[in-house]
Design a protein around this ligand. Sequence first.
Ligand SMILES: [Zn+2]
Ligand SMILES: [Zn+2]
Length: 563
Amino acid sequence: MENKPIARKLRLLSQLMELHDVNQFKARSIANAAFKVDKLPYPAASKSFEQLEKVEGIGKSIAAKITELLESGTMAELQELLDKTPDGVLEMMAIKGVGPKKVSIIWRELGIETVGELLYACNENRLVEAKGFGLKTQEDIRNAIEFKLAANGKFLYAQVEGAANELFHEIKDIFPEALKHFAGEFRRLNEVISELVIVIGGNDPAIALNTLTSSNLLDNISQDTDRVTGDLHGLKVTIICSTKADYYEQLFLNTGSNEHVKAVLERMADSLEESESEEMIYKKAGLAWMPPELRENGVFIEKAADNNLPQLIAFHDLKGALHNHSTWSDGINTIEEMALYCRDELRLEYLGMCDHSKSAFYAKGLTIDRVLQQQEEIDHLNKTIGGFHIFKGIESDILFDGSLDYPDEILSRFDFVVASVHSILKMDETKATSRLVKAIENPYTTILGHPTGRLLLTRGGYPIDYKKVIDACAANNVVIEINANPLRLDMDWRWHQYALDKGAWLSVNPDAHRKEGLLDMRYGILAARKGGLYKERCLNALSFLEIQKFFDKKKLSRQSQKK
Ligand SMILES: [Zn+2]
Ligand SMILES: [Zn+2]
């Protein structure tokens, strides 16, 4: 073993000792020894225990550890500490700018166990208030994590959107006369983007290729027969250059998933060539034109054949925003600020407040007393803010046994309840499914919040039996959330059709922790469109009067259930 790996193990040992608060003094001397070993002009492995012991800054006990490491490949003390440390917490220590002291606070006080949760917490502003952190540290940590994520070439849609549109504008300026469009994942509005594809149809593809190759639009640019490839801040980009005559063929071929393109081509009686529009291509296959976001798999092909595609929901169909947080729990705007933003900027009719419930102590979850105080404030605001309504909701934790977080007499005071899992996410599919189903069967549950708890690219979410969970929602009149935070987009769009077919309703919820967070509903809408959602089955596309009726009906069914 060389000096570097020995030094690394010693450093890890000292960090873990600090993290677990074992003997700070010893931790520091091990950190110093690690530094020393790293700088030794000879291999430590070539020295005996007696020789190492005499090296200044190493000493007897650390020399013994090095010998143990050289002989057995590990150190008992290190192994013991590693066993006590969740993998995600270890990963956090590798993030630039986050030492063991900060990780300890993040883990123990904020209850965060993975890098994904840490990124989410940065986005929700949760670090700012913790001891030893400030806005600057939070930003540094966020940047370091995003940098790390970018290293595997995958990005959230929301992360690449700005750069993608900028690139497209530059291409427009260079080729004003050409036909051009995004294709691929980005045009399909996928939640995760691994490649940005643009198709250009012009008079002379060869010239276009050379122009692009000599431009500085992309890093590492290289040219192939019909395309240039390169990257944009780590995102792979492909620009395909065709003639105007072949443009729609290329656009079609490069937009749909392989499965989709194959399925359409199999239905084609005619050749793809000489297609003057995408409509014409779909027509040749006996299909109605399909919006790009539906070109994933076979699900919508039959509907396109029957000319029965859904009228996809749009942002302007939304009439309100349910599931939002305020300064009462972990949000950074007051209820009034959130309400006025909804009314004046977004032209919405209502806002649903859903601060965290009491078990979410790390997010200042509301005790029963504070629930009552908040409801008084909402009553007051409803009298003073004209032309708008604030609904009293709560985001109730689903406890480990599937029960909600307040007694029935408190739950009955809310206009609606979003039930979500926030703690003990390590569950197998059976446990997770029964935990959710029990919460869904609770007569006070109105909406199931972020059903799997996933954080895209960083945390997989607990496994659930989607069919069982969705069936239970449909049977109990529980609406399923499409959490619009671009890191979540949970429930996944791949299950929206099944839910709609079963008669369930969906709701595009921003889960906003500040007023600008309400704009995330835009990303929720993109996911909902991919799932084929239409406004008639979207809870927050109901007008104020309609949704009030919806909530009242739920209350009535609860009363009749009790009798
Ligand atoms: Zn939540
Ligand atoms: Zn929430």
